[in-house]
Design a protein around this ligand. Structure first.
Ligand code: 5GP
Length: 194
């Protein structure tokens, strides 16, 4: 197989869009795509592994990294109690230099910023829920947010959907298999040049 240059596959979408499920399916299908490991100040969840899911660091450490220019972008993610998340420049540059493809799961603004920083080496994909009602139902079914939190999320949706139009591609996740297939087709065209 011809060796490709490394590509950044940026994925974002409102919560309840089902982006995580799509990402998992895609990464299973393309084992040469690696997950970009970000830094975060959020506490580690029990099942998470340091350096595999995130690098878990303190707020002070996070600010030091900002000052030292180590982050391509960073955001305070409102839906995560204001925890900080940032993309490591070294992680991205190492991957690109060695021809490795990376999948970046970012919040929407972070996704736009990474695309701006690496316009030629990235493809950005926005996962859209089929409707506002579908998101509300998914959030209720998931059971991780209380009614007030769900209301706040729903109020932010129109702005998020608007920002999503800045991505290279939008995939409406009304049928999971169709959404995964569309994602694969984008990769075949823009990453694998088939
Ligand atoms: P979680 O805490 O559930 O792992 O992720 C919370 C949110 O932070 C998700 O929407 C995820 O996409 C986003 N996120 C994870 N890493 C980064 C990052 O490095 N930069 C930005 N901007 N968002 C991130």
């Amino acid at each position: 197989m011809m060796r490709n240059n490394g590509k950044l596959i940026i994925v974002a979408g409102p919560s309840g869009s089902g982006k995580g499920t799509i990402e998992n399916a895609v990464m299973e299908r393309f084992p040469d795509i690696h997950f970009s490991v970000s830094v975060t100040t959020r506490p580690r969840r029990k099942y998470e592994i340091e350096g595999e899911h995130y690098y878990f660091i303190s707020k002070a450490e996070f600010h030091k990294r900002i000052e030292q220019g180590e982050l391509v972008e960073w955001q305070e993610v409102y839906s995560k109690n204001g925890h900080l998340y940032g993309t490591l420049r070294s992680y991205i540059d190492n991957a690109l230099e060695t021809g490795q493809h990376l999948l970046l799961d970012l919040d929407i603004k972070g996704g736009i910023n990474v695309k701006k920083a690496y316009p030629e080496s990235s493809v950005s994909i926005f996962i859209e829920p089929p409707s506002l009602e579908a998101v509300e139902q998914r959030l209720i079914n998931r059971g991780t947010d209380n009614p007030d939190q769900i209301k706040i999320r729903m109020e932010r949706m129109p702005e998020e959907m608007e920002l999503g139009q800045q991505f290279d591609y939008q995939i409406v996740n009304s049928d999971l298999n169709e959404a995964i297939n569309r994602f694969k087709k984008i990769l075949e065209k823009d990453v694998y040049h088939q």
